[in-house]
Design a protein around this ligand. Structure first.
Ligand code: PLP
Length: 363
């Protein structure tokens, strides 16, 4: 279970160790690219610091593998990523949020989402490149069909894009409706390359691939086809250090609110991470860990910096202070653990704190 030398895993200063498998991110990018063979390009969405796993650390590995198009959400993320990626395209999905200066100084490409953003860019960017987003039915960002019709004669974007709202539900009628709306939009800008699919959209089939696909979560190990076998590899392993093991000798309860009853003979292991580290309070009584190859349940409430596991089923010599309980990887599935928390892989990953020690492997 342990792919690192004990001396490196056993970082004495952090309560948790987040291990990010860079080689798996690259392998996942190749899998996603190869799943959309008719698209000329496969980008990489690295917003929210690479879905919490480290954009600056992972982007150079993807660039080395041949990825040329990177996406972030806001200009500040683009500025930060530019330091790691001197020569590649970095598109900012929210577009300018004020001054155009960061786009020009750091050679960032805006995704223009609204007529005001378009007008400002065309007036003040000195003819620089831009991506144009149209809204195909999500009602979130992008020009409406009417706005596109009106502005099309003045527009020459590098890429026309839109975003699917239900791609993780292949049978949802919104997919077909958005595809049809996007095709109509494309006809208004003939010859402009286009992009519709994120991770799940890739698996809706070739009609959705167009010229570029833009996966995010699939790069980081989240399953783009919920309910089916995950086509991508796990990326994140998260191990939490046991601070104390308590053998219960009188009936009682564990943790805040005394919500979970404990009885004599039980053994509880308390680890040094909690909701301040992105391990959501909703994992209380529902989340799981892995210790010595045995699944151990979270018992009681998740505290800010502490979580208790019932380790009664684990041999005593494997459940001792200083040892590690895995809550992602090592046999604990990301989507499954997110489901235990009542959320999705995206939220679990992007919430992982900077308090963990981090190791990048396989680069
Ligand atoms: C976040 C995002 C993506 C990536 O989505 P995943 O579901 O993580 O693959 C692609 N395009 C846009 C516009 C996004 O906001």
């Amino acid at each position: 279970m342990n792919d690192l030398p004990a001396s490196r895993t056993d970082d004495p200063a952090a309560g948790g160790l987040l291990i990010v498998d860079t080689a798996a991110v690259v392998a996942n990018w190749r899998t996603l690219r190869d799943s959309a063979p008719t698209a000329r390009a496969c980008g990489a969405v690295m917003k929210a610091d690479g879905y919490g796993l480290g954009a600056a650390e992972l982007a150079p590995a993807l660039a080395a593998a041949g990825c040329r198009d990177f996406f972030v959400a806001v200009p500040d993320e683009g500025i930060a990523l530019r330091r790691a990626l001197p020569g590649h395209s970095i598109c900012v999905l929210s577009g300018p949020l004020g001054s155009l200066e960061p786009f020009i100084t750091h050679t960032l490409t805006p995704v223009l989402n609204a007529p005001e953003q378009v007008a400002e860019w065309l007036a003040h960017s000195g003819g620089r490149d831009y991506v144009l987003q149209v809204d195909s039915g999500m009602n979130r960002l992008g020009l409406t069909a009417a706005e596109l019709t009106e502005l099309a004669p003045t527009l020459q974007p590098r890429l026309l894009m839109s975003h699917l709202c239900c791609a993780d539900e292949p049978a949802h009628p919104m997919n077909q409706a958005q595809l049809a709306a996007f095709r109509v939009a494309r006809e208004k800008l003939p010859g402009v390359p286009s992009s519709l699919a994120a991770s799940s959209g890739i698996f809706l089939g070739p009609d959705y691939h167009f010229d570029m696909v833009r996966p995010g979560i699939g790069l980081y190990g989240g399953n783009p086809v919920p309910g089916q076998p995950n086509p991508v590899r796990a990326v994140a392993t998260l191990r939490l250090r046991i601070v104390q093991v308590r053998r219960i000798d009188t009936p009682g309860a564990v943790g805040y609110g005394a919500t979970h009853a404990v009885s004599p003979g039980m053994r509880l292991a308390t680890v040094s991470a909690g909701y301040a580290d992105g391990l959501l309070r909703s994992l209380g009584g529902r989340g799981v860990g892995m210790l010595g190859g045995i699944r151990v349940p979270i018992v009681g409430r998740v505290s800010m910096d502490l979580i208790s596991f019932d380790v009664s089923a684990v041999p005593e010599d494997l459940a001792r202070p200083g040892q590690w309980i895995s809550v992602l990887g090592d046999g604990i599935d990301l989507d499954g653990q997110a489901g235990n928390a009542g959320t999705i892989s995206y939220e679990l990953l992007t919430g992982l704190s900077r308090r963990y020690a981090r190791r990048y492997t396989g680069s």
